[in-house]
Design a protein around this ligand. Structure first.
Ligand code: VGL
Ligand code: ZN
Length: 198
C-alpha cells in the first residue's frame, strides 16, 4: 500500500516563541525528520492566512483571542494573528527537513473561512486539492504528525478517514493546544472516525 507522511503546520508561529505557540511544539522536529525516509511520499501543510483573516480575534472588535463565535459555516475559535502570508511566523521551523517534501499544501488563504483540515476548509465542503493529489499518486495510507494535535491534525485525520484513507496519527510526534478539553474531544472524534492513534 502506498504510504504518505503528512506533516501538519510545523511552522514558527506554532512553536515556542511564536504567535500561537503550542507547548513543546519544537520537541517533535527530530522525530519527524527521522521518519521521512520511510515513506513513499512526504507532504507538508502550511497554515497561510492573509492579514486580517476572519479567524483572527483582531478582526472582530467585540471579541478576544480564544473566544468562540458563530460564523456562517459554524462555530469558530478566534485566534491571535498567526501564520500571515510571507511572514517569518508562517515559515516552517528552521530545523524541519523540507527538502524531502514532494508537496507543500497551503490552507487558510480564503479571508472569510478558516481551514484546519488539510483536505477541506471549515465549511467541510471546499476542497484544498490534497485528496486529488494523493489519489492520483495511488496513495492509500497516511501517517500524520505535527501541530496542533487537537486542531489541524485532528481535522485532517478525521477528514482523511472519512474519505477512505487508512490513517495513523503518531501522537508522540504531535503536540496539542488543549483549549477547554479540546484534546480529549479530538481523541474521541479521531477514534470514532476510525483513525489509529499510536
Ligand atoms: C491551527 C489554530 C489556527 C493548527 C491553525 O495548525 O492546529 N490551529 N490555525
Ligand atoms: Zn490558522
Amino acid at each position: 500500500m502506498t504510504h504518505a507522511l503528512i506533516v501538519i503546520d510545523v511552522q514558527n508561529d506554532f512553536c515556542p516563541g511564536g504567535a500561537l505557540e503550542v507547548p513543546q511544539g519544537d520537541e517533535i522536529l527530530r522525530g519527524i525528520n527521522a521518519l521521512m525516509p520511510e515513506f513513499d511520499a512526504v507532504v507538508l501543510t502550511q497554515d497561510w492566512h492573509p492579514a486580517a483573516h476572519s479567524s483572527f480575534a483582531s478582526s472582530h472588535k467585540n471579541n478576544g483571542p480564544y473566544e468562540i463565535i458563530t460564523m456562517p459555516y459554524g462555530p469558530q475559535v478566534l485566534w491571535p494573528d498567526h501564520c500571515i502570508q510571507g511572514s517569518i511566523g508562517a515559515q516552517f521551523h528552521p530545523e524541519l527537513q523540507t527538502d524531502r517534501a514532494d508537496l507543500i499544501i497551503r490552507k487558510g488563504y480564503n479571508p472569510d473561512i478558516d481551514s484546519y483540515s488539510a483536505f477541506f476548509e471549515n465549511d467541510h465542503r471546499t476542497p484544498t486539492g490534497l485528496e486529488g493529489y494523493l489519489r492520483t499518486r495511488g496513495i492509500e495510507r497516511l501517517t500524520m504528525v505535527g501541530l496542533a494535535l487537537d486542531f489541524c491534525v485532528n481535522f485532517s485525520a478525521v477528514d482523511a478517514a472519512k474519505l477512505g484513507f487508512k490513517v495513523d496519527v503518531r501522537e508522540d510526534l504531535c503536540r496539542a493546544i488543549d483549549l477547554d478539553g479540546s484534546l480529549a474531544k479530538a481523541r474521541e472524534g479521531m477514534r470514532a472516525a476510525g483513525v489509529t492513534l499510536a
